[in-house]
Design a protein. Structure first.
Length: 205
């Protein structure tokens, strides 16, 4: 059963506390959005992940809208899995995805979408004896999207070489200018004013 946490009337992002209040022990898997696409709200992943661990849920994080411009570390904030794309702030191409799964969970995953690249030997055509690869390749299916992966490398390398702190500082300066101009014009800010609670974008009404 899919359950989503509703917005409070007149608000543009779900508060972390509202997410926690709705997240009880009957939740088998919770997907956290690191930064929302509609309001650029950055949640407290550490707090939410700790709650998920306490109630026994599998916890996943979609970092697509924040990775590359906002600090995030799987080592510092252990979760069960992380998903993203190389688009957005990683400056990559469409068609390339990113998946990280905790080793203990990886071993028990049986992807429903499976193909020849998800086997220990991708060139085995014995479909009656299909087995999953022991590593992350079990999530592969058909022929990999080589062009999308290659086209994403320059952007990924640029982000790595430049560093998140530098990218974040440059972005924050520009966003603050936009917010200042918007407030001067009486426009509504639909993103958090606190930079620590915001991704790299700002939404105006």
């Amino acid at each position: 059963t899919l359950d989503t946490v509703p917005l409070r009337p007149g608000e543009t992002w779900v508060r972390d506390q509202d997410f926690i209040d709705r997240w009880q022990a009957d939740v088998g898997l919770a997907l956290i959005t690191f930064v929302t696409s509609t309001a650029s709200h950055r949640c407290d992943v550490g707090r939410l992940a700790a709650h998920g661990s306490a109630v026994g849920s599998i916890v996943g994080v979609d970092v697509t809208q924040g990775i590359g411009v906002a600090p995030f570390s799987v080592a510092a904030t252990p979760v069960d899995f992380v998903v993203s794309t190389s688009l957005k702030w990683l400056c990559g191409s469409s068609g390339a995805g990113i998946l990280q799964v905790a080793p203990d969970l990886l071993a028990s995953c049986r992807p429903e979408l499976r193909g020849w690249f998800g086997q220990p030997n991708p060139f085995s055509w014995d479909l009656d004896t299909f087995t999953y690869a022991d590593d992350a390749r079990r999530f592969d299916h058909g022929t990999p999207a080589i062009l999308a992966s290659v086209a994403s490398l320059p952007g990924l390398e640029w982000v790595e070489q430049t560093g998140i702190d530098i990218i974040r500082a440059q972005n924050a300066g520009l966003v603050e200018r936009i917010i200042g101009a918007a407030l001067e014009n009486g426009w509504k800010i639909r993103s958090p004013l606190d930079a620590s609670e915001r991704g790299g974008s700002v939404m105006l009404g």
